[in-house]
Design a protein around this ligand. Structure first.
Ligand SMILES: [Zn+2]
Length: 75
């Protein structure tokens, strides 16, 4: 399948995730736009563990990234 939309480079993803993990509002490394966070639900599926995911979207360049929030993970 062809990429329908642009994605962040690995280094850019790391920068975004580092900001998100620190509790800061991530800024798009491309254009400095505050990224929109959207929670991705999954609690109703009855999984045996709780995992939160957020979808970080830059409203400016439309790049997006899935952010896994793991409990107890500290950098
Ligand atoms: Zn952007």
């Amino acid at each position: 399948m062809a990429d329908a939309h642009a994605q962040f480079e690995p280094d850019e993803q790391k920068a975004i995730l580092a900001q998100a993990a620190a509790g800061e509002k991530p800024l798009c490394p491309r254009d400095g736009t505050p990224m929109t966070r959207r929670s991705i639900g999954g609690g109703s599926f009855g999984l045996g563990y709780a995992r939160r995911r957020e979808w970080l979207i830059c409203p400016e360049c439309r790049r997006s990234l899935i952010f896994d929030i793991r409990r107890g993970t500290r950098n």
